[in-house]
Write a protein that binds this ligand. Sequence first.
Ligand SMILES: NC(=O)c1ccc[n+]([C@@H]2O[C@H](COP(=O)([O-])OP(=O)(O)OC[C@H]3O[C@@H](n4cnc5c(N)ncnc54)[C@H](OP(=O)(O)O)[C@@H]3O)[C@@H](O)[C@H]2O)c1
Length: 186
Amino acid sequence: MAKLIYSAITSLDGYIADEDGNFDWAVPDEEVHAFINDLDRPLGTYLYGRRMYETMVGWETDHTLAEQSPVMRDFAQIWQAAEKIVYSRTLEAVSTARTRIERDFEPDAVRQMKASAQRDMIVGGADLAAHAFRARLVDECHLFVVPIVVGGGKRSLPDDVRVELELLDERRFGGGVVYLHYRTRT
Ligand SMILES: NC(=O)c1ccc[n+]([C@@H]2O[C@H](COP(=O)([O-])OP(=O)(O)OC[C@H]3O[C@@H](n4cnc5c(N)ncnc54)[C@H](OP(=O)(O)O)[C@@H]3O)[C@@H](O)[C@H]2O)c1
């Protein structure tokens, strides 16, 4: 059975984007990016909310991204090789390969995907992930805590759920980011 992992780069006060929608402070440096590459390499599928998909699509459509460094080229290849499911009621078409649109986040369908998948899956975009948390579908969290307080914006974790967690691993990076790897307790 595959695991569903919520992965997010968050401010210390728990936001993935600030009140103006900016998340430039969350852009990983080379060390963090290389670590994320290794976490994402074995994954099979990204489950994206439409907004997160729109910020990630450049990894396939904007070749200047991959040209910026070997680490970014590596991530572009990992991203392009994975399956993507985009949850959206408004998106009419996708511009990347191995990508399909789902109109509804149906917990039973995701549960079946987890049961049949060979490789773990990531859920991304806080709004979409909130549905997965509420349905008790999230098995693990990969949180990268950036040393910044942004004061408000898009919460990285939903307000209306209680989830007990077990810390599996942690790591500190030179730039001050801390990685926290949790398993959800059932
Ligand atoms: N911290 C970082 O490293 C980082 C990196 C990239 C981006 N970001 C930020 O994070 C934001 C993305 O997270 P988010 O929470 O705002 O949005 P999100 O979860 O990525 O996307 C929300 C959208 O997903 C669709 N959706 C959600 N629930 C659905 C459901 N049950 N059924 C069908 N469709 C559903 C809807 O699309 P429709 O409106 O099309 O129906 C909804 O508007 C970006 O906008 C960006 O600001 C942060």
